[in-house]
Design a protein around this ligand. Structure first.
Ligand code: NDP
Length: 293
């Protein structure tokens, strides 16, 4: 079998076109354009690239980007002060603090300080709480999991009654995607570093989401024939023939898994582009929640 490739780049372009149209309609109605504040602390090269892309993308869809760059030695109090200022500014509708943060800053304290109404990354406990509770709708859905759900919907993947296995239980990917899959009536197993016999657990999955951060850990023989495989991982693998000396690979051994799965996301060009598209969608939504200002 050769799997269908789920093209995140193409779908992200479609989502961004939708957001562009909604932003244009909002501003044509006399409302302020959605504003996204991005905060980068320190100079981690990967984080710099992510933040640059987020700023550029928000401007491309007609939003206003407010960029803040703070030195690596910034204290938690200084960052909290900036968050309080951004919470109070009406032209800022969404706030994104790039992680990882330097070790003197506790990420949870920062995430709890962001106004839940501007929490476009959905990391505030109130928003995760909404996501976790039956019968409640979250204000925002974390960007990467929201992107995955959109890809699954677009591909027509039936989730009700399906066995889904999520590898990883992080606040930003594993846990929220597990909650979303439960909301979509899948039977969900969350696996992690203490899980016994991971290959056997994965082989039960009709839908397998890998978010561990280990290059090509999931082998072809871990995949149930016909499964849908969503590869969230972004890992650098040394490659002397590549211009930068490395290439990006996922958590799934793509060449092997694509022979067994019915559909699979590539890395790059799968989940990654969808993450930014959903961030823009969340920012638009935050602006609408705030009303005219
Ligand atoms: P974290 O490091 O926060 O979490 C990794 C999870 O994987 C943990 O739950 C950990 O288990 C589990 N894990 C680690 N090693 C193993 C193992 N050998 N076997 C089973 N489980 C294991 O990572 P993130 O969730 O933030 O990110 C995961 C990957 O996704 C990374 O490659 C990251 O770069 C990528 N990513 C991509 C995004 C995109 O837009 N494409 C967005 C966000 C992340 P335990 O809890 O027990 O420690």
């Amino acid at each position: 079998m050769s799997a269908t490739i789920l093209d995140g780049k193409a779908l992200a372009a479609k989502v961004r076109a939708e957001t562009t149209a909604k932003v244009a309609a909002r501003t044509a109605a006399g409302k302020a354009p959605p504003g996204l504040a991005t905060v980068l602390v320190g100079n981690d090269p990967a984080s710099e690239t992510y933040v640059r892309n987020k700023r550029k993308s928000s401007e491309e869809v007609g939003m206003v980007s407010f960029g803040y760059e703070m030195p690596a030695e910034t204290s938690q109090e200084e960052l909290l002060k900036l968050i309080a200022e951004l919470n109070a500014r009406p032209e800022v509708h969404g706030i994104l603090v790039q992680v990882p943060l330097p070790k003197q800053i506790e990420a949870a304290a920062i995430q709890s300080a962001i106004s839940p109404k501007k929490d476009v990354d959905c990391l505030h406990p109130e928003n995760i709480g909404y996501l976790a509770q039956k019968g409640r709708e979250p204000r925002f859905v974390s960007c990467t999991p929201a992107g995955i759900m959109r890809m699954l919907a677009e591909a027509g993947v039936k989730l009700s009654g399906a066995n889904a296995v999520v590898l990883g239980r992080s606040n930003i990917v594993g846990m929220p995607i597990a909650l979303l899959l439960i909301k979509a009536d899948a039977t969900v197993t969350v696996a992690h570093s203490r899980t016994q016999d991971l290959p056997a657990v994965c082989r039960e999955a009709d839908v397998l989401v890998a978010a561990v951060g280990k290059a090509e850990m999931v082998r072809g023989e871990w995949v149930k024939p016909g499964a849908v495989v969503i590869d969230v991982g972004v890992n650098r693998m040394e490659d002397a023939s590549a211009k930068r000396g490395y290439r990006l690979v996922g958590d799934v051994a793509f060449a092997e898994a694509s022979q067994v799965a019915s559909a699979i996301t590539p890395v790059p060009g799968g989940v990654g582009p969808m993450t930014i598209a959903m961030l823009l969608e969340n920012t638009y939504h935050a602006a609408e929640l705030a009303g005219g200002s």
